[in-house]
Design a protein around this ligand. Structure first.
Ligand SMILES: O=C[C@H](O)[C@H](O)[C@H](O)COP(=O)(O)O
Length: 239
């Protein structure tokens, strides 16, 4: 089975948790896209759900697949968010934002009763950090923000090269919110909750790709089948 088939399998397993009447957060990326497509098939067959997309790309996919959409201004909570991840550790802490959608993804996940992470099992790691950590920043004052980020890294026992993300054409990548992303090659993040807190305290940082205490479960598809890992601590518990 190839990687894409594994992603679709994980998406199909998460879809089993969806019930009639649910309000759903719709993630971004190649794995979440499978979920949106499979959800669209169920909607066409009569399932009644409504979704909040975490990016303009997912909005377009959901519209193409016939999934009805709403916003967090029109509804007061979401039942489940289903989203991919770039890395998942045994505490279900995540690195997200490889596709640049981390800000809306985190807002949507935080507004959800449950977040189900779907992935092929190469995303499962003992320690976060091999995947470059995306930090979404305001372009104004970027030099000062970068120095503050470096200081936060040093205080949290990590270091590594940082680079402003570029798109395929070599232009600065701009997020759906109009911000830039700095990707940090940290290698090994020893204390993800501590680093998350330190980055969140920097004025020019809009958001970062560490998702701490948000995932309720992870569905991992691999050559030997599907593994579902449930979070041991209650949602929102960061310690
Ligand atoms: O910004 C993008 C998201 O955080 C994605 O969910 C993440 O990058 C995983 O994407 P994929 O399923 O394509 O590996």
């Amino acid at each position: 089975m190839n990687m894409d088939q594994l992603k679709r399998q994980a998406a199909a397993r998460a879809l089993e948790e969806v019930r009639d009447g649910m309000q759903l957060g719709l993630g971004t990326g190649s794995t979440a896209k499978h979920f949106v497509e499979l959800l669209g098939e169920r909607v066409a067959a009569g399932l009644k759900v409504i979704g909040v997309p975490t990016s303009e790309a997912t909005r377009a996919d959901a519209e193409r697949c016939g999934v009805p959409l709403t916003t967090l201004d029109e509804i007061d909570h979401l039942d489940i968010t289903v989203d991919g991840a770039d890395e998942i550790d045994p505490d279900l802490n995540l690195i997200k934002g490889g596709g640049g959608a981390l800000l809306r993804e985190k807002i949507v996940a935080a507004a959800s009763d449950r977040m189900i992470v779907i992935a092929d099992d190469t995303k499962w790691v003992p320690t976060l950090g091999k995947f470059p950590l995306p930090v979404e920043v305001i372009p104004f004052g970027l030099g000062a923000t970068r120095r503050a980020i470096e200081k936060a890294f040093a205080e949290c026992g990590v270091s590594g090269q940082m680079a402003v993300r570029k798109d395929k054409g070599g232009h600065v990548f701009v997020t759906d919110g109009g911000h830039w992303i700095v990707d940090a090659q940290l290698g090994r993040i020893v204390n993800p909750p501590g680093l998350a807190k330190a980055l969140s305290a920097i004025p020019g940082v809009v958001e970062h790709g560490l998702f701490i205490g948000l995932a309720s479960s992870a569905v991992l598809a691999g050559g030997e089948g599907i593994r579902v890992i449930e979070r041991r601590k209650p949602k929102g518990d960061q310690e």
